[in-house]
Design a protein around this ligand. Structure first.
Ligand code: SF4
Length: 327
């Protein structure tokens, strides 16, 4: 049976948050002091992860993206990648990371079976990095990116969030750097998913603004053939590369969404912006059998809304922040 919602969307892509903890404090994500972290006891164990993900793969999940918080803070991250790589259905495993720990882990992750990396980086300026992340991690991040290249990860995708008056002037510079390093850069419109609920649409840089900034230097043509990819991709004239824009707010792509989310504490979420989630952890620990667990999953998917509803009068930002849902 496949994971189909009420709008006929077939879910194939599972985003798994391994932890809500992070070693950075990005201003558009969480407050300086952090948030009330999910207790370790509530985190799914590697065996529980294997059980749940095996069930989801049986019903069509074939892509798994490991996220956080920062997934490389999870003490068993390499073992988890190895476990996923040994699943009979052989899902494609990728990861979204801030790269600050890749220096020591890139080779091991590659050997364990990790296929792709999406690396979050919003600036090439160490001072702006500190302003945005409230941490001195710029050098570790750049060393981590080099380690990923050396380990042979290809293609490396870079995710950048532009904030008005902070790093929006770096759009072209980031693309120059990405082209130089053969990275696929994706700009992400900032979404209302911050822990402090301080999202301000006026501070967000829109898809149109990003496209116009980049077009001052580069000739961009739509690459088309988007499928369920969140990013709208553009060919960069004179290169073999593309640049992407993930315009969740101004040009939502919910109609082709194929993503499900599993949080570190065992909740299934059918959408980033879902106001409800279904618990698998307690049933798992109370001895639920596979069909009982699948029933919870299918019922959750059946409740999936057509879209996120940002900008609509009845839009409500979820309580659970992005840092505890995962990108
Ligand atoms: S907002 Fe929700 S429905 Fe829309 S693309 Fe994201 S996860 Fe899918």
């Amino acid at each position: 049976m496949s994971l189909v919602d009420g709008f006929g969307r077939v879910h194939k892509d599972l985003r798994v948050s391994l932890t809500d903890k992070c070693n950075l404090r990005c201003t558009y994500c969480m407050p300086e002091e952090g948030v009330d972290w999910i207790s370790k006891a509530k985190h799914l164990t590697i065996d529980e992860l294997r059980r749940v993900i095996t069930l989801l793969c049986e019903d069509g999940i074939n892509e798994i993206r490991l996220t956080g918080g920062e997934p490389l803070l999870h003490p068993e991250v390499v073992e988890i990648v190895k476990m996923l790589n040994e699943l009979p259905t052989k899902p494609e495993i990728s990861m979204t990371t801030n790269a600050t720990r890749l220096d020591t882990l890139a080779d091991e992750l590659k050997t364990a079976g990790l296929k792709r990396l999406n690396i979050s980086l919003d600036t090439l300026n160490p001072i702006t990095f500190k302003e945005l992340t409230r941490r001195d991690g710029f050098e570790e991040t750049m060393i981590g990116i080099k380690a990923a290249q050396k380990a042979g990860f290809e293609p490396i995708k870079i995710n950048s969030v532009l904030m008005r008056g902070i790093n929006d002037h770096e759009a072209v510079g980031l693309l120059d750097w990405a082209i130089e390093n053969q990275f696929e850069l994706r700009f992400i419109e900032q979404m209302p998913l911050d822990a402090q609920h301080a999202w301000d649409k006026n501070l967000m840089i829109t898809q149109e603004e990003i496209f116009n900034m980049l077009s001052q230097k580069y000739e961009l043509t739509a690459a088309g053939n988007r499928g369920s990819d969140p990013a709208e991709l553009f060919n960069i004239a004179g290169t073999k590369l593309k640049v992407g824009i993930i315009a969740s707010v101004t040009a939502p792509f919910c109609q082709s969404c194929d993503r499900l989310r599993l949080t570190s504490d065992g909740q299934i979420r059918n959408c980033l912006f879902s106001l409800s989630e279904s618990d698998l952890r307690i049933p798992l620990r109370n001895g639920a059998n596979d069909s009982e667990l699948k029933k919870i999953i299918f019922e959750n998917i059946a409740q999936k809304k057509r879209g996120h509803g940002i900008g609509e009068p009845d839009f409500v930002q979820p309580v659970r922040p992005m840092s505890a849902i995962g990108g």
